[in-house]
Ligand binder design. Sequence first.
Ligand code: GLU
Length: 428
Amino acid sequence: MASSTNAFEMAQAQFDHVAELLNLDPQVREFLRWPLREYHFRVPIRMDDGTIRVFEGFRVQHNDARGPHKGGLRFHAAETADTVRALAMWMTWKCAVADIPLGGGKGGVIVDPSTLSVSEKERLVRGYMKQIWKNIGPRNDVPAPDVGTTPQMMGWMMDEYSTLCGEYTPGVITGKPVGGGGSLGRTEATGYGVVYHIREAMKHLKLDSSQCSAAIQGFGNVAQYAAIGFIELLKGKVVCVSYWDREDRAPYTVSKEDGIDPHFLMSITDQYGSVDKEKAKKAGYVIEDAEAWISKDVDVLIPAALEGQINAETVQKISDQVKIIAEGANGPTTPDADAVLKTRNIFVIPDFLCNAGGVTTSYFESVQNDMNFYWTREEVLEKLDTKMTQAFKSVLDMSEKEKVCMRDAAYMVSIARVVKAMQLRGWI
Ligand code: GLU
């Protein structure tokens, strides 16, 4: 497989590999290797100092055979059309593996959101919506939060869309704040989903979760709730998380060998995701280099930051103690690193299975918006657990039946479902 770290080439290489295993028709392959539609546009906004800045925005719609395109919006300084294409394609497989009636899409803006004031952020998301509103909608394409975007930003976008089309339309976007059309349980959904998958993997591998430790990369929404879930639901120990240093423009690891307290760390993490290092040190935490998380002697590694983090170089640092890698992030493992993991017999829960809890709860949110009737947090999390457990089981069964790794098995399950929908609709 290709050794590229270009996310879209990576996504295509993974797909090609399984298309080959499935002996998929060449025309269907070509159909699925590319997004159906892409929008590239500019978003001019007035900054607080009166100047105008123009941001570059994208929305990519990969496939909607199973239902409306679905996927987050990333605001990131290093965003590219190819990253958004890859993420849109992974959303198609993610919704299919979770067996929710949605397709794949993704959006992005090239911007470091930590450089914007609150009102600049509001103008940027409203500006983004003005450019794309005619091409999205509850029955067509439904965005959601991702790296660099928040529930509040989703609330503003929903408001802008509702104003532009002249009627209250909560279902145009998910991940909205609770009380503003959002669903209870959505905030913790992706992280908890990761933990439900780890629980199932541990049952399969006959591991006692209360005796297991984990190292987490990142401390955004997914990492925070993966840490809380690992400790509170599985009774395990988390030894580190990692942060991005805005001044040094580099990541670093924050560790505590006898176990971190994610609630404490959240209380000293600011709105841009930076931790108060002095307070952390006083409480016994150690600040280590960027890659310290990956070389920890733990049972579970949870990459929950960005793509390409476990690559040909970093994969060599993984301890022999590691038994499970639970991919909370999208695309954290490059194909060449994946090949190494296979030889080392590490059980990988692939990204679009592992982190499907977020979009599954987004689906529950849109169902509640349509009904105009809202479930309790317990109801949402119970439904989420059922969906994730079923998805895990269907992938594990496929992996045992076809004697392939979990990633290839997840692709097999998803591709078969998408191809079936395309056939049923008469597309192929
Ligand atoms: N951004 C999340 C993901 O990558 C959630 C997408 C959604 O809820 O639509 O899965």
